[in-house]
Design a binder for this molecule. Structure first.
Ligand SMILES: C=C1C[C@]23C[C@@]1(O)CC[C@H]2[C@@]12CC[C@H](O)[C@@](C)(C(=O)O1)[C@H]2[C@@H]3C(=O)O
Ligand SMILES: O=C(O)CCC(=O)C(=O)O
Ligand SMILES: [Fe+2]
Length: 351
């Protein structure tokens, strides 16, 4: 298989050529770690091929998601509202963001999954099993990638990143997004399914966690934003995974790796888009301060020390498109992690 080099997106003259692609079966580990770091530094985004996750594990998860979203609205509401976990429709978060989607948000620890399964599925054991197997597999993939990041950055403790999400107290979550197909497309929409008509499914944002592992069906919609503000459509690829650097990894690496701004359009006419997104997160009490190796007199710390709990609390009081990391920048007077806008749901989020 021909895999493009890790930096094929070219933006001069607005031409998208390709997405950085990492072949995990590459036996040259130091080359692999270099390529991953390069993609994370430049885009905070890449595609992974030869990831090793069995097709059957992906298909069972996808089938459970499809079964759930095919249910009548009343039944789906039994799994909601998503405050913060459960079923949500059109509302994203609690600060007024909306999108053309419905979704299921789940904590990934097996106890929470099993407690929720009855409200989600008529076959709770099957659902439970599918979610546990899928999250275990994508967690391992995320850890392997994070270990390669550690190697590529030459940090002394190569497992420093993966340890956060392997922790039993890890706050990782799984999100299933379902973007219904456009019912009565205008002629313009029919002409430009990926063009000017931007029906927003999931608005522009960066993911707050450490690392995101995203897989979708073969319906497009995901776009990433490049430094020059250009939106680059990511062609869907159900056999492979997309990886995104989250804000927490940007902070831990003192801004060397960048969290990617992205969004999902919901312009598909024929078929709904479904994405399954794992967000690898640390425990709430883990400090996200830049690693000592990432700080030097020439590169002083960009961020005030904060725990994942502080960051999460701040994230849930911001709008989807806000740049949350800015709140924690040194010399930024807007630092707000101890005086949040009161929200009745916050106590459920951060114990
Ligand atoms: C508007 C919001 C939704 C979100 C929490 C937030 O206040 C800001 C971050 C959003 C986000 C984006 C990535 C994930 O999909 C998510 C679950 C997360 O951790 O941060 C969502 C939050 C959400 O939908 O609750
Ligand atoms: O559905 C997608 O492709 C993007 C979803 C996303 O960005 C998210 O769930 O945070
Ligand atoms: Fe996202």
């Amino acid at each position: 298989m021909v895999v493009p080099s890790p930096s094929p997106i070219r933006t001069k003259k607005t031409k998208a050529v390709g997405i950085p692609t990492i072949d995990l079966s590459n036996y040259n580990r130091s080359k692999l770690s270099e390529q991953i770091v390069e993609a994370c530094e430049e885009y905070g985004f890449f595609k992974v091929v030869n990831h090793g996750i069995p097709k059957e594990v992906i298909e069972r998860m996808e089938a459970q998601g499809a079964d759930f979203f095919a249910k009548p609205a009343m039944e789906k509401q039994r799994a909601g509202p998503a405050c913060p976990f459960g079923y949500g429709c059109k509302n994203i978060g609690r600060n007024g963001d909306m999108g053309e989607l419905e979704y299921l948000l789940l904590q990934t620890d097996p106890l929470s999954v099993s407690e929720r399964s009855n409200a989600i599925s008529n076959e709770p054991t099957k659902f439970n099993c599918a979610v546990n197997d899928y999250t275990e597999a994508v967690k391992e993939l995320a850890c392997e990638i994070l270990d390669l990041v550690g190697e590529g950055l030459w940090v002394s403790d190569k497992s420093v990143f993966s340890r956060f999400i392997r922790d039993v107290q890890s706050d990782s979550i799984l999100r299933l997004n379902h973007y219904p197909a456009v019912k009565d497309p205008s002629p313009k929409q029919q002409l430009h399914p990926y063009g000017n008509n931007n029906r927003i499914g999931f608005g522009e944002h960066s993911d707050p966690q450490i690392l995101t592992i995203l897989r979708s069906n073969n319906v497009g919609g995901l776009q990433i934003s490049l430094h020059d503000g250009l939106w680059v459509p990511v062609p869907p690829d159900p056999n492979h995974f997309f990886v995104m650097v989250g804000d927490a990894l940007q902070a831990l690496t003192n801004g060397r790796l960048v969290s990617v701004r992205h969004r999902a359009l919901a312009n598909s006419v024929m078929k709904p888009r479904m994405s399954m997104v794992y967000f690898g997160a640390p425990p709430l009490n883990a400090w996200m301060s830049p690693l000592p190796e990432m700080v030097s007199p020439e590169k002083p710390s960009l961020y005030k020390p904060f725990t994942w709990g502080d960051y999460k609390k701040a994230a849930y009081t911001t709008r989807l498109g806000d740049s949350r990391l800015d709140l924690f920048k040194i010399n930024n007077n807007n630092h707000t992690c101890n005086d949040q806008i009161p929200c009745p749901c916050l106590d459920n989020l951060v114990q």
